[in-house]
Structures are given as structure tokens and as C-alpha cells.
Design a protein around this ligand. Structure first.
Ligand code: ADP
Ligand code: MG
Length: 605
């Protein structure tokens, strides 16, 4: 059995780790960085760039650079979050066949799980290069507050990437695992995770290798990107006031603003003031315009105060749900790059009345925890013969209630939030009319008592109910939430004991067949990539030989027969043409011919 890697698939940055000789290790990418931007870009001709290379060309290629798709994965196209993205993202977003979200770039269309798969594949490559062996299995993390659709989308991304995703685990839980692994602890900890796109807070009890989540809550649209947006708004408004030009209209200018906003924000975590200079950001009748503004830490704190405040009200809610007070928390652990902001650290410290734990790397712990869980799962599978991972038991919860829509537009909970997973619960349905043959069930997830305010996971049709008087047939529907937090539904006719068939008619996810197509498309791209690099190698080899021909010709200069010189020159020309066209067969042919020619030139003809 090969190694199981842990991947933190972040909104803005991703990270991969593995356990080696019992020690978790974060794997750096080729550039030496331990995190890789979750950015995918498309060049003309369909060539893909992922990670640092993609992020670097973002400003010059805004329309074909896809980022922050984690904010949209598993969401319905008509949701407010997607509307917000439509207004502010420079790349094209459109509605897919299941009211899902799709993107268009480089002349191609992609579902969001496909974009996620490209980032996962990159992280897998990073791991494979380091380990020097193929990797097939992974544990992938998601925000704790992700719902079923978002988890399903992430799982699909794994499948499309050709990975066997052994488990989806929650990011704060992974961080707790990284914090407590191998230590003899008996503590109640709060994990405050503010990353690029999402906020989560989880309260766990850790004792003797058992990690039990007591409660969790979050906001899947609250993170560092929103802090950047506040700075962008501030810059754009100031510019409009001073120069009368709306920078938001220009995609490239907007991308430069975004870039500068994030840089300024990060700088203000260590400095008290920073200058933002964007020369030639726009044109006016009077000539080019430049943006020069200074931003203080205090101004940034003012611009983002309500965002920070929102995280605290979620913390309050989570403690209440856990039945705990702030005094019951032994340690507070900060996770996510945005917690590097001094203001965030201050308010968290004030809220919990204790300094947050130091020594936990905020943007690496999640991947480390995923790797630990992967290691434990592979050891538990037991096939490897490697020593067993330290006994480790992870008990996570479902972040929101699961239930059905009932008469009058109400939401009836079947499973309460913060229930330990895996779990299942049943509900008995009957018919409302005589001889009714089918019943429609709306399955929802959320916290509101009104059905319409919750997320619709799917419409399930119970069909083939036996003819009977109304209220007589009894169909038991069972809702399962597995260890990944993913929901499935099954039904049984209680009179006959027969499984009842269920069909899903609405879901924002991909169908099984679509995922299969995408798996194939992704494999084809891998093959194409490999053959491309084969062509590149062949070109290099031939070019080397052609240079040698030129050198020999030059050295012998006048002593050669004219016909041989002509032959050499014609071959040089044709071979370079073959290189230009990337014609592998022709390249091979010339590579074969050249050594003989070199020999003849060397012999003087
Ligand atoms: P995710 O996993 O959601 O991609 P990360 O945990 O990697 O997020 O955090 C990324 C976010 O943290 C980005 O918004 C980034 O700008 C922000 N960030 C990184 N370093 C700092 C810093 N020193 N000060 C403030 N914010 C930071
Ligand atoms: Mg993260």
C-alpha cells in the first residue's frame, strides 16, 4: 500500500503533507513553498497552468485565470453568494445543467469539481515528486460548515483527479489532530479558523487520543478575500473621488487592485502603514493616471471591523451549542492565514480571555492533520505492515440540521446539528390520498424553521407505493450521514419490507455519468501532457544534434564538397521545420539521419 497524503484544498492556498517514519511532514512545491495558490489558468491552445505560475500571470490574463472556486463549489447558480461572485470576479461564470455553477476559460467550459481536481492533481504531483513514487490515496479537508452539496463537490473533485479519497475531514478538526497528535492531552480546545474564503469554529475535547468535536459552526463566505474586498472598495472609491474614473470597469485594473490589496493587508500585519502604488492604472483625456495611496493599520481595522465581529458572534453561538462557557476552554488555536492579522489575534484573545496557543503553523496544520488521519486510516486497514499509527479516534459532528419540508412550508428536523457522525435517522411517511402511488420528499439542510430558508439537497420521489386507502401505507425513509458528512437517503415499505426506489430529481451536484466523463477528460489531458513532454524532449535532442552539424560545417568551412554542404543545409532547414511543427515522427526521422551526416562532414566528405 502506498502512502496516503493529506491535502488541504484551500480557497486561496492549498497544502499537502504526509506521515513518514511516524512524523508528519509538509511537502514543499518545486518553488520551495509549502503552500501553492489554488489558481488555474488557461493559455491559448488549452495549456493549463496551476499554482504559482497561474497566480503570477493573473493580472495580465484575468479572464482566463480561475481562482476562489471553493467559494462557489456545490452552490446553486441563483444563490446570493454566486450573484456576488458574478459581480466581482473577472472570469466568466454561467449556469450549468443542474442549476450548478460552471466557468468558461481558454475557450473551454468546466464544472467547479473539475477546477478543484486540477488543484488536487497539482498537490498530488508535488507529493509524488517528493516521495518518488505514485500516490493514489488521500484525505482531503473541507470547512466544517460545508453542507452536503459542497462536500459532494469536493469528493467529485477527488474522483476526477484520479485520487481515492479515503475520507473528507473538517479543517478545524484536522488542525486539532495536528495539535494533539502524539501528546498526552486532556483538554477542551477551541479552533478558530479564518482562512482565505471561510470561517469555522470548532470546540473539541481531546483525551487519550480521542478527538471529539462537541460543536461547530461557521460561515462559508467569510474570509481573507472579504478583507481584500474592503481594501479594493476603499481604493476604487478614493480613486473615483480623486480622478473621476471607475476602476472596477476594467478587469485588468481590478485584478491589479486585488493583488495590491492583499499585499497591503499582509504588510499591515507587521507594519503600521503601507504605500499602495499602481502606476498607469487608468487613462484619462489628460494622459495616464496613477494610484498612490497610503493605508494605515488602523484604517484597515476600521474597514474590516464588522467582519471580525461576525466571527465572534459565531463563536458565541458555538459555545452555547456546546453548553460551555469561555472559562471551560483550555486552549485556543488559531488556524488560517488571516489570523496573522494582529487585530484578529487581539479580539480572539479578548473573547476567550486567554492568549491563543503559539507554535501552531496557521497555514500548514490542516494538511498535517489530514496526513495524520490518512496515516491512521491506512494503518487501520492494516495491509501495509508498517507499525500501527498511534490509536487515534476521531469523532466529528454534522454542522447543521438535516430534515424535510413539511406541510405549511415548515422544516422538520430528522437529524439535529452537532450530532456525531456517522449517523442515521428514520421517518415514516404515508399517503395523503387513496391509491396514491408516489410521494415527493424535499430533503433540506440548515438551521431555519422555514423550509425555504434552508438548502435543498434534493427532491426524492418514492414511487410504486401499493394501492391502498390514504394513510395506510407506511414507508420508512432513512437518512444517513457518513463519516465524510455526506448524506444519502433510502426507503423501505414497512408492510412488505421491500426497499422502495428513490430517484433524485434536483441537486446542484454532478451526475455519476458526468463525473465519469470528467474523469476520462482529465486522464486524456494527462496523456496529452505526457506526450507533449515527449515531443519537447525529442525537439531538444534534435536541436542539440543540429547545433553540432552547424559547428562541424563551420569548422571545416572551405574544405567541404559543395554537394555535402547543400545536403546539410537542406536537412537543417527541414529538421528545424519539424521542430517548429512539433511533428514527432519527422523529428525522430531526422534524429536518426543526423549522426551519419555529422560523421561524413567530420571525414571531410
Ligand atoms: P485558505 O486555506 O482558505 O486558502 P489560508 O489559511 O491559506 O486560506 O489563508 C489565506 C488568507 O490569509 C488569504 O486571504 C491571505 O491574504 C491571508 N494572509 C496570509 N498571510 C497573512 C498575513 N500575514 N496577514 C494577514 N493576512 C494574511
Ligand atoms: Mg485553509
Amino acid at each position: 500500500m502506498g502512502k496516503v497524503i493529506g491535502i488541504d484544498l484551500g480557497t486561496t492556498y492549498s497544502c499537502v503533507a504526509v506521515v513518514e517514519d511516524g512524523q508528519p511532514k509538509v511537502i514543499p512545491n518545486k518553488g520551495g513553498y509549502k503552500t501553492t495558490p489554488s489558481v488555474v489558468a488557461f493559455e491559448e491552445g488549452g495549456r493549463r497552468l496551476v499554482g504559482q505560475l497561474a497566480k503570477r500571470q493573473m493580472v495580465t490574463n484575468p479572464k482566463n485565470t480561475i481562482y476562489a472556486t471553493k467559494r462557489l463549489i456545490g452552490r446553486k447558480f441563483d444563490s446570493p453568494e454566486v450573484k456576488k461572485a458574478l459581480a466581482s470576479y473577472p472570469y466568466e461564470i454561467f449556469e450549468g445543467p443542474h442549476s450548478d455553477v460552471r466557468v468558461r476559460a481558454g475557450g473551454q467550459e468546466f464544472s467547479l469539481p473539475e477546477i478543484g481536481a486540477m488543484v488536487l492533481q497539482e498537490m498530488r504531483r508535488v507529493a509524488e515528486e517528493y516521495l518518488g513514487e505514485p500516490v493514489k490515496e488521500a484525505v482531503v479537508t473541507v470547512p466544517a460548515y460545508f453542507n452536503d452539496g459542497q462536500r459532494q463537490g469536493t469528493k467529485d473533485a477527488g474522483r476526477i483527479a484520479g485520487l481515492d479519497v479515503l475520507r473528507i475531514i473538517n479543517e478545524p478538526t484536522a488542525a486539532a489532530l495536528a495539535y494533539g497528535y502524539g501528546k498526552k492531552l486532556d483538554e477542551t480546545v477551541a479552533i478558530y479558523d479564518l482562512g482565505g474564503g471561510t470561517f469555522d469554529i470548532s470546540v473539541l475535547e481531546i483525551s487519550e487520543g480521542v478527538f471529539e468535536v462537541i460543536s461547530t459552526a461557521g460561515d462559508t463566505y467569510l474570509g481573507g478575500d472579504d478583507f481584500d474586498d474592503r481594501i479594493i472598495d476603499y481604493l476604487a472609491e478614493s480613486f473615483q473621488q480623486n480622478e473621476g474614473v471607475n476602476l472596477r470597469r476594467d478587469k485588468m485594473a481590478l485584478q491589479r487592485l486585488k493583488d495590491a490589496a492583499e499585499k497591503a493587508k499582509i504588510e499591515l500585519s507587521s507594519a503600521l502603514q503601507t504605500e499602495i502604488n499602481l502606476p498607469f492604472i487608468a487613462m484619462s483625456d489628460k494622459g495616464p493616471l496613477h494610484l498612490n495611496l497610503s493605508l494605515t493599520r488602523q484604517k484597515l481595522e476600521e474597514l474590516t471591523a464588522d467582519l471580525v465581529e461576525r466571527t465572534l458572534s459565531i463563536c458565541t453561538k458555538t459555545l452555547e451549542a456546546a453548553g460551555l462557557t469561555k472559562e471551560d476552554i483550555d486552549e485556543v488555536i488559531l488556524v488560517g492565514g488571516q489570523t496573522r492579522m494582529p487585530r484578529v489575534q487581539e479580539v480572539v484573545q479578548k473573547f476567550f480571555n486567554r492568549p491563543p496557543r503559539k507554535g501552531v503553523h496557521p497555514d500548514e496544520v490542516v494538511a498535517v492533520g489530514a496526513a495524520i488521519q490518512g496515516h491512521a486510516l491506512s494503518a487501520a486497514a492494516g495491509a501495509g505492515g508498517e507499525e500501527r499509527a498511534e490509536d487515534l479516534l476521531l469523532l466529528d459532528v454534522t454542522p447543521m440540521g438535516l430534515g424535510i419540508a413539511t406541510f405549511g412550508g415548515f422544516f422538520t428536523r430528522v437529524i439535529e446539528r452537532n450530532t456525531t457522525i456517522p449517523t442515521h435517522a428514520s421517518h415514516i411517511f404515508t399517503t395523503a390520498a387513496d391509491n396514491q402511488a408516489s410521494v415527493k420528499i424535499h430533503v433540506l439542510q440548515g438551521e431555519s424553521d422555514r423550509a425555504a430558508d434552508n438548502e435543498l439537497l434534493g427532491e426524492f420521489m418514492l414511487t410504486g407505493i401499493r394501492p391502498a386507502k390514504r394513510g395506510e401505507p407506511e414507508v420508512e425513509v432513512t437518512f444517513d450521514i457518513d463519516s465524510d458528512g455526506i448524506v444519502s437517503v433510502s426507503a423501505k415499505d414497512l408492510d412488505t419490507g421491500q426497499e422502495q426506489s428513490i430517484t433524485v430529481t434536483a441537486s446542484s451536484g454532478l451526475t455519476d455519468q458526468e463525473v465519469q466523463w470528467m474523469v476520462d477528460a482529465s486522464k486524456n489531458y494527462e496523456v496529452e501532457l505526457k506526450s507533449r513532454s515527449e515531443v519537447e524532449k525529442a525537439c531538444n535532442r534534435l536541436e542539440g544534434l543540429l547545433l553540432q552539424v552547424e559547428r562541424e560545417l563551420h569548422a571545416r568551412d572551405k574544405g567541404l564538397e559543395k554537394s555535402l554542404v547543400q545536403e546539410a543545409q537542406s536537412l537543417l532547414k527541414k529538421a528545424r521545420q519539424a521542430i517548429e511543427f512539433g511533428d514527432l515522427q519527422e523529428i525522430k526521422k531526422y534524429t536518426h539521419q543526423v549522426p551519419d551526416l555529422i560523421k561524413r562532414i567530420g571525414a571531410g566528405g
